[in-house]
Design a binder for this molecule. Structure first.
Ligand code: ATP
Ligand code: MG
Ligand code: FE
Length: 332
């Protein structure tokens, strides 16, 4: 099976080719236009997808050494994501499948983040838990099979990636700030500015409290010293990152205890975070977990993961009709 996958849910235009389950290419064009606005501007995102999609697909085909005529299946991200962005990938995938007269597979973006783990060995065994942490989601997913997943815990307000990015904005760092907080945190002391990591019962996350705490802390400190942020950037970042990671792991440990599952994975953009990776490995060692952490290029948005998800659906003959439309709030 020669499968072309397309991802266009947010601000990465990406295409990948998977041949008989093996990844042959994965091309990602990250839209830099949003940096100057401090966040993704939906209208600009969909226009940038329109500019990128043809060259990105061509490059993915070239790198995999195949032509359009070799393709048997086209997979694409149907949702969740920004409607205008999803429309570009969806329309492109539909037209290509129609023109080539080959089947079409619609993919759930978050399921694909989870299935990125199957692009390489070793991979988790079913059932496993996957903490999906990204710009729009924070979920604990019980994964029973490739396409049988249940969200057993999620955030009631902000996603953790949003908490990273909004804090970065308060620290006057450019968008997306998550990776920069990570970078500065590595030189900082996480204990100098303690922040509250309030735990609540159950598996529901909340990041609004910590966000407000950071806002007030910075407001009070800069009132006393306008250069407070510049002077203490590394320690502030270390403290923010340490606290967010602690909140993530508290619930994940509870989910592992409650389900008795020991294969534990992370996925999504925030799984690139060095603090989260280190703490997960430490916790896993202590509690006897088998920990699975994706390669950096499969953490943030990419079409390789869409290809993986599309492959398992195609194997089952789970295709979608030409009348399919994108779903910005797609259910699991
Ligand atoms: P979703 O997958 O929920 O639809 P998205 O596709 O925008 O959202 P991803 O591309 O999966 O999200 O992840 C982007 C997020 O990951 C951003 O919030 C970014 O700041 C965060 N991120 C990326 N690298 C790091 C890092 N090293 N530390 C912390 N956060 C990071
Ligand atoms: Mg992105
Ligand atoms: Fe994503």
């Amino acid at each position: 099976m020669v499968l072309l996958a397309i991802e266009s849910s947010c601000d990465e235009s990406s295409a990948a080719v998977l041949i008989d389950g093996k990844l042959r290419s994965n091309v990602v064009a990250t839209q830099l236009v949003h940096q100057q606005y401090g966040g993704v501007v939906p209208e600009l995102a969909s226009r940038a997808h329109q500019q990128h999609i043809v060259p990105v697909v061509e490059e993915a085909l070239n790198r995999a050494k195949v032509t359009k005529k070799d393709l048997n299946v086209v997979a694409f991200t149907r949702g969740p994501g920004l409607l205008g962005s999803l429309l570009v990938g969806t329309s492109f995938a539909k037209s290509l499948a129609l023109g080539l007269d080959i089947p079409l597979v619609d993919v759930h973006h978050m399921q694909a983040h989870v299935l990125a783990h199957f692009l390489e060995d070793p991979h988790p065994s079913f059932p496993f838990l996957c903490l999906t942490v990204s710009g729009g989601h924070t979920q604990i997913v019980l994964v029973r099979d490739y396409l049988d997943m249940e969200v057993i815990g999620e955030t009631q307000d902000d996603a953790v990636g949003e908490a990273f990015d909004k804090t970065a904005k308060l620290l006057q760092l450019p968008y997306p700030g998550g990776p920069l907080i990570d970078k500065y945190a590595q030189e900082g002391n996480p204990d100098r500015f303690p922040l509250p990591a309030v735990d609540t019962p159950g598996l529901t996350y909340s990041f609004s409290g910590i966000k407000t705490a950071i806002l007030y802390f910075l407001r009070d400190q800069t009132a006393k010293d306008p250069d407070f942020i510049q002077k203490n950037l590394a320690d502030i970042c270390a403290s923010v990152q340490g606290t967010l990671v602690k909140i993530l792991l508290t619930k994940l440990k509870r989910a592992a205890r409650e389900t008795g599952i020991r294969d534990i994975a992370i996925a999504g953009g925030v799984s690139a975070n060095s603090g989260l990776r280190a703490e997960l490995l430490r916790t896993g060692e202590k509690l006897g977990w088998n920990v699975f952490i994706p390669k950096f290029e499969y953490c943030t948005d990419n079409a390789a993961m869409i290809a993986a998800a599309g492959y398992y659906k195609a194997l089952k003959g789970d295709f979608c009709p030409q009348t399919v439309s994108p779903l910005p709030r797609m259910e699991w």
